[in-house]
Design a protein around this ligand. Structure first.
Ligand code: PBG
Length: 306
């Protein structure tokens, strides 16, 4: 009688990576989640693949000294992210590696785009993002995932990738990404909070539902292979709308704050962690998400079986 299924094959596992060896640095606001150095990220990726999780999404945590206004480090082929992509693809070739395209981990301003005089310059940002996406494709990424919300970046990235022979690298677009309070723990994890201002000029107003469809249609027309709604649980209506609107697969991101809420309540003994995990993931699937990015991926896969 069950209408909705939940399986490890529907999960994408986000991993925070950092420099060093044998580093497993806890993130205070995300119990059970760590910044992992390359060697341990490879181990975690192997374990995920073994459990039937088809993909990981990588987010680099970089020291302030490599950050600048134009995200120069994001173009460094010997940087933390490209070398980790490479190490994971060598060790677990069957596991898809998704890389994040946005300036915030590399930017001294902590914004997803390029800042000049307190404003985000859209088109200058898109140029930088294209270079970043190319660097990630060259490192072996299977999919690039622009999370920046600049206009026109999906089409621009597609052209740059195709022009360099990366016709088979896909684009998972954060198409309907809201300006959400639920990203707080993620910004702790990467130390990437905006140094001034907020992200309201490029991320969406949580009050807007129809605008999500406009954003999604634009990204599909520009060549997005998968479109994502983010966050997930507070936006189930949007996931359902998007599912009805487009033919491409729909992803949803159960973000850091959603994870933190469940973990905090579970730690206090107020919620059953496993039950809340499975119920929220099932609800996100029921709303129409084909796949879910979730920090619970490994634990959920362990519970669900391969
Ligand atoms: C930034 C980015 C964010 C997340 C993924 N990519 C945070 C932000 O937009 O400030 C959030 C993910 C999460 O909260 O788990 N490019």
């Amino acid at each position: 009688m069950r209408e909705t299924t939940l399986a490890p094959s529907q999960l994408i596992y986000p991993l925070f990576i950092c420099e060093g060896r044998r580093q497993r640095v806890p993130i205070k606001s995300m119990p059970g989640v760590f910044r992992l150095s390359r060697d341990l990220a490879v181990k975690e990726a192997k374990a995920a693949a073994k459990l039937g999780i088809p993909a990981v999404a990588l987010f680099p945590a970089l020291p302030d000294r490599v950050k600048d206004r134009v995200a120069t480090e994001s173009l460094n082929p010997r940087g933390l992210l490209p070398t980790t992509v490479n190490a994971i693809k060598q060790a677990v070739p069957e596991l898809a590696v998704v890389t994040d395209v946005a300036m915030d981990p590399y930017s001294s301003d902590g914004h997803d785009g390029y800042v000049e005089k307190g404003r985000i310059l859209n088109d200058r940002s898109v140029e930088i993002l294209c270079g970043m996406a190319l660097c990630q494709a060259e490192a072996g990424a299977d999919m690039v995932a622009p999370s920046d919300m600049m206009d026109g970046r999906v089409g621009a990235i597609r052209r740059v990738l195709d022009g360099s022979g990366f016709t088979e690298v896909g684009i998972l677009s954060y198409a309907a990404k809201y300006c959400s309070a639920f990203y707080g723990p993620f910004r702790d994890a990467l130390d990437s909070a905006p140094r001034s201002g907020d992200k309201k000029t490029y991320q969406m107003d949580p009050a807007n539902r129809r605008e999500a469809l406009r954003e999604v249609r634009l990204d599909v027309a520009e060549g997005a292979d998968i479109v994502m709604v983010k966050p997930a649980l507070p936006y189930l209506d949007v996931i359902a709308d998007v599912r009805r609107e487009v033919a491409v697969p729909v992803a949803a991101y159960q973000v850091s704050g959603e994870y933190a809420m469940i973990m905090a309540a579970a730690k206090a003994g107020w919620l059953d962690e496993k039950a809340a995990m499975l119920e929220t993931l099932t609800a996100i699937r029921r709303a129409g998400a084909d796949m879910i990015l979730t920090y619970f991926a490994r634990r959920a896969a362990e519970v669900l079986g391969g």
